[in-house]
Design a protein around this ligand. Structure first.
Ligand code: FE2
Ligand code: FE2
Length: 362
């Protein structure tokens, strides 16, 4: 039988690397095996553990996921062709902003994970959580996740990997303080960096009121945060695929090979995050939750309601606001150029997503 119990040290343990990945003076997390394949950070046991927990849940006939990419997917704006038009004309501001935003968001990882209340998970479930992913969240899973995003000690994580992609692909573009302002995602409590949210950014407040009065609000906060991070991780698939397609084009990127490879590494790590969040939330969904006075609440009701709420917050109007915000920035950049209106016309003609139609009708 597969191993289901892991210590903190095991879940944080590094696999063997044949070589490490350096970028200038920086050391990136993870490494390469002897064939040059990417080995994610802290993966000596972590991948096998997620796999074993997920298979155990599946063997009980339970679903192993709580939401799909389709439920949160949106066409990325600007689309690949539009972005390439901008870059071919030397208009790099929009791409610089988006890559900076991705880096900033990744950089919330450690603070975000540390901000989660530390709970004794077993107290919220009627069944034993022994040997589940839920039982290991505070035994390395959250911490490893935060480290993957924002780095650990001298080792750089996704935050700096994205900044490296930006700087290599776009030849060290100017990064201005306003790129850290008006962001669509709120920094987590305890964050002390320069990022500032827009008034309608999503964050803990946007997710709002408690759905289940029977439950300790703390467990609802943690499950909601996990579902929210899962949505962001799944939406990142769209952003990463977009970035890779644009930046692998030598006409648009000064570092097609470095960008492609580095986005690949990051995506490999993100699959781990999606995997354990799906598993832990699906485990909770399969169990009976206990309220503060011992009331039993089916985990299915709790998790389904939380996922529905969180997906609602992260899609629809929010995506339209982000698109409008980006459109204004692109117009601003092009306005300052002599050929701006021609580039804008070319850009608009390449808008193929459904949103373009809605805008035209409005
Ligand atoms: Fe990440
Ligand atoms: Fe992630």
């Amino acid at each position: 039988m597969a191993k289901l119990q892991y210590s903190y040290e095991e879940l944080m343990a590094e696999a063997e690397f044949a070589s490490r990945i350096h970028h200038g003076d920086e050391l990136f997390h993870g490494g390469l095996d002897s064939d040059g394949g990417y080995v994610p950070p802290r993966s000596k046991h972590r991948l096998a553990a997620i796999d074993a927990w997920t298979k155990t849940l599946a063997a009980k006939g339970e679903p192993t996921t709580v939401m799909s990419v389709d439920q949160v997917w949106s066409d990325f704006f600007p689309n690949v062709e539009q972005t390439k038009i901008l870059l071919r004309h030397g208009a790099r501001d929009a791409m610089t902003r988006i890559l900076t935003l991705i880096g900033i968001t990744e950089g919330f990882g450690n603070t975000g994970m540390a901000a989660l209340p530390v709970l004794e998970m077993q107290t919220y479930f009627k069944e034993s959580i022994d040997g589940t992913c839920l039982a290991h969240l505070y035994k390395g899973m959250f911490e490893a996740h935060g480290n993957d995003e924002a780095g650990r000690g001298a080792e750089k994580g996704h935050e700096d990997m994205w900044y490296a992609i930006r700087d290599e692909a776009l030849d060290n573009p100017p990064v201005t303080p306003d790129m850290y302002e008006d962001l669509p995602i709120s920094p987590p409590p305890g964050y002390e960096g320069p990022a500032k949210p827009s008034p309608d950014a999503v964050g803990p407040a946007a997710v709002g009121v408690q759905l289940f009065e029977q439950l300790d609000p703390m467990i609802e906060i943690v499950l909601t945060a996990m579902a929210q991070i899962l949505v962001i991780e799944l939406q990142a698939y769209a952003a990463f695929a977009w970035a890779q397609e644009v930046l692998s084009d030598p006409a648009c990127s000064s570092a097609p090979e470095f960008s492609t490879k580095t986005v690949d590494y990051i995506q490999t790590d993100e699959n781990i995050h999606v995997g354990y969040l799906q598993c832990a939330l699906a485990e909770a969904r399969s169990m009976t939750m206990l309220g503060t006075s011992g009331e039993e609440v089916p985990g299915r009701e709790v998790i389904d309601a939380i996922c529905k709420k969180v997906i609602g917050v992260h899609t629809g109007d929010r995506l339209t606001r982000i698109r409008n915000f980006r459109m204004r920035q692109i117009e601003n950049e092009l306005e300052s150029r002599a050929d701006g209106s021609d580039v804008l016309a070319e850009f608009m003609a390449a808008d193929t997503n459904a949103w373009a139609g809605e805008q035209a009708e409005a």
